[in-house]
Design a protein around this ligand. Structure first.
Ligand code: ADP
Ligand code: MG
Length: 587
C-alpha cells in the first residue's frame, strides 16, 4: 500500500480509542467538563451499562450558541491558549479532545445555554458529523447525551465487558469525583434506578459515608491538612486505623489538585506509613487530597490524564508519607474493640475511663512492682525485666489487672473500661522490638557473649547468607565465624536471645532466611530484627506465672505502639464494659 494520509474520520476514531476506552471514560470526560464549567450539581443517567445511553446534566456556565459546534472539533478548547499554559493547568480538561472523540464513536446530542444567553441551543451529531443545530429553551447549563456508544466501531464493542462490570466502573468514576468535589452535588441513576447521590454540603466525611459506608468511615482517621512552607504541598483526607485493612492497594485513592491519579509510588508511601503497624501484605483504606502548585505537576502525560509526573517526586512522596504516618501514630490508639467506637478517642484510656462513671467502679489492684524472678526452665523464653527508665515512659494503655491466662496463649485482664484479651506472644514481640530499637538508637551494646561458644550445622544457603551479611549480623549482636564445611561457631548472640537456649534461638532466627525477597542490607537487617524478637518472645502455648504476666503487661502499657506486634497483627482485643453489659442484657 502506498503511504497516504488517513481520512479525517479514521484518524478521529484512532484518536478516540485513547480517550474513550469504555463507557466509564465517557462519563469521566463529561463530568470533568461539567466541573470545569463550575457546576454545583451534576446528574448522571445511564442505561445498559452506558452502552445504550449516558446523559450528564450540569448547571454550569454553558456554551454560547455560536461556539457550541466548535466544542466538538478536535483540539478545540476554551481552557488553554498558549503552550506555556500547559505548565499551569488549573482545569481538569485542556486537550480539547474529549467531545470530538466521543462524538466520533457515538450518537451525541447537546443542549446548552450560556449564563448570559436568553435562549439555549440544541445540537445533534452522529459519527462526528453535525446533523442539526437549532435554538431551544433550557435552564442555563449543559446536557450531553451519548447514545449507542461504539455503534460504528464493532471492534471496540466486542471488547466491552459485561454490563454489570461497566456499571460498576461508572459508579466508581462518579464516586471518585464526588470525593474530590464534596461541595458539588452528584447523582447517578442506572436504568432508571437511583444508585448513588451526594448532598454537595462540602463535607468529605459525608461523601465517604456514601461511598465507603458508615462502618468503615467510623474507623478512619483524619489526615492533615498539613501545610509545608518549604514545599507548598498540603495533604489531607482520611486513612484507616491500623486495624482496618484490605488485601489489595485498590482502596488507596489519591487526588492531586482535584484530579484522581494512579501512582504506584505514592500508593507505596501510604502503605509504608503503616510499617510494623499492619501486616506486610495488607493495605489501608485511604482517600487523600494532595494540593500543590499546578506548575509542580505535569498532567499532560497520558490522554486519560490519570497519570501525572511530579517535578520533585521525592518531596511529594515524603509529604504524603509524613501526613499519613502522623495521622496513624497520633491515633495509634484504636484498640480493636468488638464494637467500633463512634469517634476515635484521642487518648485511649481517658476515653475508655469515661465509661467508668456508667458502671460501679471496678476495684483496681495496684500490683507492687515485686522483683521479677525467673521461673521458667532456661530453654523457654521468658520476660526479662525492662531497663530502669521503662516506668518513666508515658503510658499508652490503661493499667490492667490480670485475671488469668487462657489456653496458655492469651492473658485475660480487666480495667475499668472492660475486658482485655492480650496475645502474649504478639505483645512480647512488640515489647522486645521497641526495646531493641531503643538500644540500637542509643548504641547500647546488644551482643552478649555466650558462656561457651557453640557450633551450629546449617544448610549451605544459610551459610552463604551469613557470609554475605556478616556486617549486619555483627551489628545486630551476632558473632559468628565459619568452622568447617557446614558449620559455624557462635561466640555471641543478641542479648535478647541469651535468656534461652542460644543454639536453638540462633537456629530459629537463621532458619529459612530469604535472600531475594529482602532487597539490600537494611531490609535484611529489618527482617532479622523481627526474627530475633520473634525467637526471643514467649510462645503461644507457654504457661506464664502471674508475675510474668504482670511484667509483660506493665511493659506493654508503656510501649509506644502497644496495639500491634511488629508484623502488624493485633496484640490486644478489648470488649468494653458497655458491650458486656449489653450482651448480658444489663444495658
Ligand atoms: P477540553 O475539556 O479538554 O477543553 P472537551 O472536548 O472536553 O475539551 O470540551 C471542549 C470545550 O467545550 C471545552 O473547552 C469547553 O469550553 C466546552 N464544554 C464542554 N463541555 C462543557 C460543559 N458541560 N459546560 C460548558 N462548557 C463545556
Ligand atoms: Mg473535557
Amino acid at each position: 500500500m502506498p503511504i497516504q494520509i488517513l481520512p479525517e474520520h479514521v484518524a478521529a476514531q484512532i484518536a478516540a480509542g485513547e480517550v474513550v476506552e469504555r463507557p466509564a471514560s465517557v462519563v469521566k470526560e463529561l463530568i470533568e467538563n461539567a466541573l470545569d464549567a463550575q457546576a454545583r450539581s451534576i446528574r448522571v443517567e445511564v442505561q445498559g451499562g452506558g452502552r445504550k445511553l449516558i446523559r450528564v446534566s450540569d448547571d454550569g456556565c454553558g456554551i454560547p450558541a455560536e461556539e457550541a459546534p466548535l466544542a466538538f472539533a478536535r483540539h478545540a478548547t476554551s481552557k488553554l491558549q498558549r503552550v506555556e499554559d500547559l505548565d499551569n493547568i488549573q482545569t481538569l480538561g485542556f486537550r480539547g479532545e474529549a467531545l470530538a472523540s466521543i462524538a466520533s464513536v457515538a450518537r451525541v446530542t447537546m443542549l446548552t445555554r450560556h449564563v448570559d444567553a436568553q435562549v439555549g441551543t440544541f445540537l445533534r451529531l452522529e459519527g462526528g458529523h453535525l446533523l442539526e443545530q437549532r435554538a431551544q429553551g433550557t435552564p442555563h447549563g449543559t446536557v450531553v447525551t451519548v447514545e449507542d456508544l461504539f455503534f460504528n466501531t464493532p471492534a471496540r464493542l466486542k471488547f466491552l465487558k459485561a454490563e454489570a462490570t461497566e456499571r460498576r466502573q461508572i459508579e466508581s468514576v462518579i464516586m471518585r469525583y464526588a470525593m474530590a468535589y464534596p461541595e458539588v452535588r452528584f447523582s447517578l441513576s442506572q436504568d432508571g434506578r437511583p444508585s448513588f447521590a451526594t448532598s454537595g454540603n462540602g463535607s468529605l466525611a459525608d461523601v465517604l459515608v456514601e461511598t465507603l459506608g458508615l462502618e468503615i468511615v467510623r474507623q478512619l482517621l483524619p489526615v492533615g491538612p498539613m501545610a509545608n512552607e518549604k514545599a507548598p504541598i498540603a495533604v489531607y483526607g482520611y486513612t484507616s486505623a491500623p486495624t482496618l485493612h484490605r488485601t489489595t492497594r485498590a482502596y488507596i485513592t489519591l487526588f492531586v489538585n482535584g484530579r484522581y491519579i494512579q501512582d504506584a509510588s505514592l500508593t507505596y508511601a501510604v502503605a509504608q506509613a503503616y510499617h510494623t503497624l499492619m501486616p506486610e501484605d495488607r493495605y489501608p483504606i485511604a482517600v487523600l487530597m494532595i494540593v500543590m502548585p499546578p506548575s509542580e505537576v505535569d498532567v499532560n502525560v497520558h490522554p486519560t490524564k490519570a497519570e501525572v509526573r511530579f517535578h520533585a517526586p521525592e518531596v511529594v512522596f515524603s509529604a504524603v508519607q509524613r501526613a499519613v504516618r502522623r495521622a496513624v501514630l497520633g491515633a495509634s490508639s484504636s484498640i480493636p474493640t468488638l464494637t467500633p467506637a463512634a469517634s476515635e478517642p484521642e487518648q485511649p484510656w481517658r476515653a475508655l475511663g469515661a465509661v467508668k462513671s456508667a458502671q460501679p467502679a471496678l476495684k483496681l489492684t495496684t500490683e507492687d512492682s515485686g522483683r521479677y524472678t525467673q521461673q521458667m526452665p532456661p530453654e523457654a523464653p521468658s520476660i526479662a525485666a525492662p531497663e530502669a527508665d521503662w516506668a518513666a515512659r508515658p503510658r499508652s494503655l490503661p493499667p490492667m489487672r490480670i485475671v488469668g491466662q487462657l489456653a496458655a496463649t492469651y492473658i485475660v485482664a480487666e480495667a475499668p473500661a472492660g475486658m482485655y484479651l492480650i496475645d502474649q506472644h504478639a505483645a512480647h514481640e512488640r515489647i522486645l522490638y521497641e526495646q531493641y530499637m531503643r538500644d540500637q538508637a542509643r548504641r547500647k551494646p546488644i551482643a552478649q557473649r555466650t558462656l561457651q561458644p557453640f557450633s551450629l550445622t546449617l544448610p549451605p544457603e544459610t551459610l552463604r547468607l551469613i557470609e554475605a551479611h556478616s556486617e549486619a549480623l555483627r551489628a545486630l549482636g551476632f558473632e559468628i565465624e565459619p568452622f568447617g564445611a557446614n558449620t559455624v561457631r557462635v561466640h555471641a548472640v543478641p542479648a535478647a536471645l541469651s535468656k534461652q537456649n542460644p543454639a536453638e534461638a540462633v537456629a530459629e532466627v537463621l532458619k529459612d532466611l530469604e535472600v531475594g525477597k529482602a532487597a539490600g542490607e537494611s531490609a535484611f537487617e529489618a527482617q532479622l530484627i523481627l526474627r530475633i524478637c520473634k525467637a526471643a518472645a514467649v510462645k503461644a502455648g507457654q504457661i506464664l506465672s502471674h508475675s510474668e504476666m504482670s511484667e509483660l503487661l506493665r511493659q506493654l502499657e508503656r510501649c509506644e505502639h502497644p496495639l500491634s506486634c511488629p508484623h502488624g497483627r493485633p496484640t490486644l482485643i478489648h470488649i468494653s464494659a458497655a458491650q458486656l453489659a449489653k450482651e448480658f442484657g444489663r444495658a
